[in-house]
Design a protein. Sequence first.
Length: 206
Amino acid sequence: MSLSPSTKELVRFGAPVTLRDGSLIRLRPGHSSDRDLLVRGFERLSPESRYRRFLTPVSELTEHEVSYLTQIDHHNHEAIVALDEETGEGIGVARYIRDPKQPKEAEAAVAVIDAWQGKGVGTLLLEVLGARARAEGIRTFTALVLATNRKMLDVLEALGPTRVVDREVGTVELEMAIPNIGLSSTLRKLLRVCAQSSSSESPANR
């Protein structure tokens, strides 16, 4: 789905978006009052999904983490939230946090609860997040992924060089330019691989 002006309006006013399976969701910017929504959404993530998002086993969010994730200024820290139209519950969130030393770069992350994965929620969230980043002068997204994710590494090898930032904790830092409009095929592919489960990454199998 390309991010046309009409899609921006959907996000701005919270109009429903129809997914490819017919489900209805709403997208809106995140804000400080989303604390309870964030916690409930986290509780609906499987241990594998939590591990892929935080790169470590996480059983619950601390008060400090909740505060950090909801301190959104819509400039240096932006979050786009996806809501289930039927229940009003949060089903996914994409966010960027600007690098204070490299103001045209920001670390991006996407999380979608397991029951809604594979329906296009993550792709739509990241596409909208990319548009917000462009509007705020950000040109590059960075992201940390597990170095044990063989599928991800195969994709990266086909795309070009990557930068290993810490071999001890087993993470690889990705750097990807944000396209002038929409979401590039490269970012779509990376998102799909990030969202896929891998038993070798699951804390339950370690």
